[in-house]
Write a protein that binds this ligand. Structure first.
Ligand code: BES
Ligand code: ZN
Ligand code: ZN
Length: 498
C-alpha cells in the first residue's frame, strides 16, 4: 500500500474515497464536517436531519459522487462519544473504513483526521489501522481475485506547517503495522508449512534483510547447552527444535546500559503430547507460536526504528507431539539452569521451552525480560478475549509495560504472582512440577513456573492465549492471527533505558 500525506483542503481531495468521522449527535456545523457540508450543498445536514448520520460507533454513511467535492465517494464513520475518542479508537475507525471500502472494490482512500485531533500519534494510529485492515490471509486460495486490496492511502487534515508531524507518524505507523502483519502471516501459517526449521529460516531471512544479527541454534547446539526442558518437548516429534536468537545493537552502545530481552513461545503445533488434547478445535493449535511470531515481528520494527538500547530476542521453537519417543507424564527433566522439573502434564509445554529460553537470554546478557506466550486456557477464563494477562516481578518495569500497552492500544491487565502461589508448583520428587496443584489459578501457576528461571532479573510475562487469535471477522480486522503484543513491545523498546 502506497502511503502519503495530503495537505489539500478536504473538498479538493480528488480520490476514490474520502473518509472522515462524526461524533454521536453531532451536527455538521463545525470544522471539517461544516466545510464538507457547505461544499456539498448541505448534503450532510440533510442526512443528519433525516437521522441517517447519528455518529453511533462504526455506523457507515456513504455518499456517491457528492456534488461540490473532488472525491468520488464520501464515507462518514460513526465515532461514538467525542470525549471517548483516543488513538485506539482512531486506529479502529480508520481500519473499519478501509475494510468496508476494500469490500466495495475501492482502491484509493484518503482518511481525514478531524480538527483538534491531529498529532503524530494520531497519524501513526490511523496508518496502523489502515495497514492492519488491508491484511487478508488468502495466499493459499487459488481462485483469489487479483488486486483485491487498497493500493493507495493518504492521511489528510494536516497543513503544510504541521506536515512533518504527520510524516513522522506515517513512517512509524507503517513500520509497526507492517511488522505486525509479518507476525500475523506467521501465525496463520499451517504447521506443515511452518515447522521450527521453517520458522527459523523465515526469521533469519527477515533479520538479514533488516540488518539484524541472527543465530539459529540447531538440535546439536541445543543439546550441548543442556537445554533439557526444550529438548523434552521436542523429543516426541520427528521435527527437530530450534532456538532462534536475533540481536539488535544500536550505534555507540554503552556497555553498561541495560539490555532488553524479548522471549516468545513458538510451538508450531501443540497436540498436547501424550496428555493429548481433544480433537475439537485442535487445528487452531498451529497458532501456539504467536508469542514467538510477535517477538520476531517486533524485532523487524525495532531494526527500522533504531531505539537507543540493545535488544536480544530469544524464540524457542518446537512441535509438541505424542511420538514414540515423547516424554510421558511423571518424567523428570533437567532444565539448562540445572533445576529439575517433574512433567505432570505434557500439554503444559510452553513453560518448559520458555524456561530454557529465559536461562539463555540471561546468559546472553539481558538485564530485563519480557516474554509473550499463548500459555494457558486459564487466562481466557480470567480475562476472556479482551485483555492480555500481565505478570510482572518488578513494579517499575511492569508500569512501563502497561503504559506502552496503553499507548499502543493493546489491552492488557495485571494479575498477581505473589509467593503464596509458589506452593502450588512444588513437586514431591523434583524441584518443581509443570502444572499447579490445587484448584484454579492456572494462568498464575504457569507464570510462577516461568518466574523460577528469571532469578533477580526484572521480568514480565504476557499470556496472550486469549488475544493471539480472532475467531470471527470484525468490521476492522480479518479473522485469524492478530499479531497482538507487537505494538506494545515496540513501544516499550523505543522508551527502554531512557
Ligand atoms: N497452548 C496451550 C494454551 C492455549 C490454550 C493457547 C488455548 C491458546 C488457546 C498450552 O500449551 C496448554 O495446553 N496449556 C494447558 C496447561 C495445563 C495443562 C496446565 C491449558 O491451558 O490447558
Ligand atoms: Zn500445551
Ligand atoms: Zn501450548
Amino acid at each position: 500500500m502506497e502511503l502519503t500525506v495530503d495537505t489539500r483542503p478536504a473538498p479538493k481531495i480528488a480520490i476514490e474515497a474520502l473518509v472522515t468521522y462524526a461524533f454521536e449527535n453531532e451536527k455538521p456545523d463545525t470544522g471539517v464536517l461544516a466545510q464538507l457540508d457547505q461544499a456539498a450543498g448541505g448534503a450532510l445536514s440533510k442526512l443528519a436531519a433525516a437521522g441517517e448520520l447519528t455518529g453511533k460507533m462504526l455506523e457507515t454513511t456513504l455518499l456517491y459522487y457528492p456534488q461540490g467535492l473532488a472525491a468520488q465517494r464520501l464515507l462518514i464513520i460513526g465515532a461514538g462519544k467525542k470525549e471517548k475518542l483516543g488513538t485506539a479508537e482512531l486506529r479502529r475507525l480508520a481500519a473499519a473504513a478501509v475494510r468496508s471500502l476494500k469490500s466495495r472494490q475501492v482502491r484509493q482512500v484518503a482518511f481525514l483526521v478531524r480538527e483538534g485531533e491531529r498529532s503524530e500519534s494520531a497519524a501513526q494510529a490511523v496508518v496502523e489501522g489502515m495497514i492492519l485492515a488491508n491484511f487478508d490471509y488468502d495466499k493459499y486460495k487459488t481462485d483469489k481475485k487479483p488486486g483485491g486490496e487498497i493500493t493507495f492511502a493518504s492521511l489528510a487534515g494536516w497543513d503544510e506547517s504541521s506536515r512533518a508531524e504527520a510524516d513522522r507518524g506515517l513512517a512509524r505507523g507503517r513500520i509497526v503495522a507492517e511488522s505486525q502483519n509479518f507476525a500475523r502471516d506467521l501465525g496463520n501459517e499451517p504447521s506443515n508449512l511452518l515447522t521450527p526449521r521453517m520458522l527459523a529460516d523465515r526469521a533469519a531471512a527477515m533479520a538479514r534483510e533488516a540488518g539484524l544479527s541472527v543465530d539459529v541454534l540447531d538440535e546439536k547446539r541445543i543439546a550441548e547447552l543442556k537445554m533439557g526442558a526444550l529438548l523434552s518437548v521436542a523429543q516426541g516429534s520427528a521435527e527437530p527444535p530450534r532456538m532462534i536468537v536475533i540481536t539488535y545493537t544500536p550505534e555507540n552502545l554503552n556497555p553498561n546500559a541495560p539490555v532488553l530481552g524479548l522471549v516468545g513461545k513458538a510451538i508450531t503445533f501443540d497436540t498436547g503430547g501424550i496428555s493429548i488434547k481433544p480433537s475439537n478445535d485442535m487445528e487452531k493449535m498451529k497458532y501456539d507460536m504467536c508469542g514467538g511470531a510477535a517477538v520476531i515481528g517486533a524485532m523487524r520494527a525495532i531494526a527500522a526504528l533504531k531505539p537507543s538500547c540493545k535488544i536480544t530476542a530469544v524464540v524457542p521453537s518446537s512441535e509438541n507431539m505424542p511420538g514414540g519417543r515423547a516424554q510421558k507424564p511423571g518424567d523428570i527433566q533437567i532444565a539448562m539452569s540445572g533445576k529439575s522439573i517433574e512433567v505432570i502434564n505434557t500439554d503444559a509445554e510452553g513453560r518448559l521451552v520458555l524456561a530454557d529460553a529465559i536461562t539463555y537470554a540471561k546468559k546472553l546478557g539481558c538485564t530485563h525480560l519480557v516474554d509473550a506466550a499463548t500459555l494457558t486456557g486459564a487466562v481466557v477464563v480470567a480475562l476472556a478475549n479482551v485483555n492480555v494477562g500481565v505478570f510482572g516481578s518488578d513494579q517499575t518495569f511492569t508500569d512501563q509495560l502497561l503504559a506502552s500497552s496503553k499507548a499502543a492500544g493493546e489491552k492488557m491487565w495485571p494479575l498477581p504472582i505473589d509467593d503464596d502461589y509458589r506452593e502450588m508448583i512444588k513437586s514431591g520428587i523434583a524441584d518443581i512440577q509443570n502444572v499447579g496443584s490445587g484448584k484454579g489459578g492456572g494462568a498464575i501457576t504457569g507464570a510462577m513456573f516461568i518466574k523460577e528461571f528469571t532469578g533477580d532479573t526484572p521480568w514480565i510475562h504476557l499470556d496472550i492465549a486469549g488475544l493471539a487469535w480472532q475467531d470471527d471477522v470484525k468490521p476492522w480486522n480479518a479473522k485469524g492471527a492478530t499479531g497482538v503484543a507487537v505494538r506494545t513491545m515496540v513501544d516499550l523498546a523505543m522508551k527502554f533505558g531512557k
